[in-house]
Design a protein around this ligand. Structure first.
Ligand code: ADP
Ligand code: MG
Length: 304
């Protein structure tokens, strides 16, 4: 079943700025979906439309099979806004209670969920501390708990790890994996590619309001024909010959990194090295990171 679906969704601000331009995408239930894109790409606008905070200029969308004007579906959605600011005179526990009341969660469920979620996000000890004493990572973890107080089926997280230190980010990743195991659908907006690569199983890239690529992380990080070779020292004249056989070749210490057109070229390079009695200790295929793919896709888009 589809958790989310948009068809030719467009949003124009002030009659001229196209924040979203005919975006068509779908997300299956139970997946962790990452919407990637540079600042200003339109990611937050898309989430706000799916939540019903903004209205699309054109196109349609459905959440859990229901159109955007269906109010009852909102009870099955959780939302962590980008750069959220809860009143900092409130204590952690009070924030959870307040937002759950707004979501219409009854008192017994609020108490039960609050205890469970504070534990899940590792914030039990901070329940009675005011937010002004929280770090950015703690605020984000509390925000996650807030988004989960109504036990939603679909969770929208807008830049959940932005500004959080590496240990804090790891904690958030662990929580998201746990939620995925419980069958939740998670929609993450992020410009932090390495994070998305670690968390998401499906990815879409948005640029200037247009969806320019969708696929699994594997599809977007297909191995390129770049290899890293560990070798014995290579004399300069041999290196010059090898450079002629390779599309790109860099040398540092006992490693060379080379890119070649195909397997045949790689074999030719290895043959030349062996002919010069150079030892090859290891050949390591280099997998393109999502970041490299992302930059390649975005710059290609600009060139074309
Ligand atoms: N309420 C608004 N009024 C006018 N322009 C807006 C509004 N919200 C967003 N925009 C513009 O729409 C574009 C997309 O913004 P946004 O969705 O916030 O991007 P992202 O979340 O990818 O950084 C930006 O150019 C932004 O300035
Ligand atoms: Mg944003």
């Amino acid at each position: 079943m589809l958790a989310l679906e948009t068809t030719n969704l467009s949003k124009t601000f002030n009659g001229k700025l196209k924040a979203l331009d005919k975006v068509t995408l779908s997300v299956d239930t139970g997946h962790v979906f990452g919407l990637l894109g540079p600042n200003g790409a339109g990611k937050t606008t898309l989430i706000k439309i799916l939540l019903g905070i903004l209205h699309p200029t054109a196109g349609t969308a459905a959440v859990l099979g229901k159109p955007l004007n269906n109010i009852s579906i909102k009870q099955r959605i959780g939302y962590l806004p980008e750069n959220h600011r809860y009143p900092d005179f409130l204590k952690g526990g009070e924030v959870l209670d307040y937002y759950a009341r707004l979501a219409g969660v009854d008192k017994p469920s609020r108490q039960k969920n609050k205890a469970n979620l504070l534990k899940l996000v590792n914030m039990e000890k901070w329940e009675k501390t005011k937010l002004k004493k929280y770090s950015k990572g703690m605020l984000q973890r509390l925000g996650l708990a807030q988004a989960l107080m109504n036990d939603p089926d679909v969770l929208f997280l807008d830049e959940p790890t932005d500004g959080v230190d590496p240990i804090g980010r790891k904690k958030i990743r662990d929580i998201l994996h746990h939620l995925q195991d419980k069958g939740k659908t998670i929609f993450i907006n992020s410009h932090l590619l390495s994070e998305v690569e670690m968390i998401c199983d499906q990815v879409a890239i948005l640029d200037q309001g247009k969806l320019i690529r969708t696929g699994t992380v594997e599809e977007l990080t297909r191995p390129s024909k770049t290899y890293r070779l560990e070798t014995s020292p290579i004399p300069n004249d041999t290196l010059a010959k090898l450079k002629q056989l390779s599309l790109k070749l860099n040398e540092e210490n006992n490693f060379i990194t080379l890119t070649c057109a195909d397997q045949q070229d790689l074999n030719a390079i290895i043959d030349s090295m062996r002919a010069e009695n150079i030892d090859i200790k290891a050949i390591i295929p280099h997998k393109q990171s999502l970041e490299e793919s992302f930059i390649e896709i975005l710059t290609k888009d600009v060139v074309n």
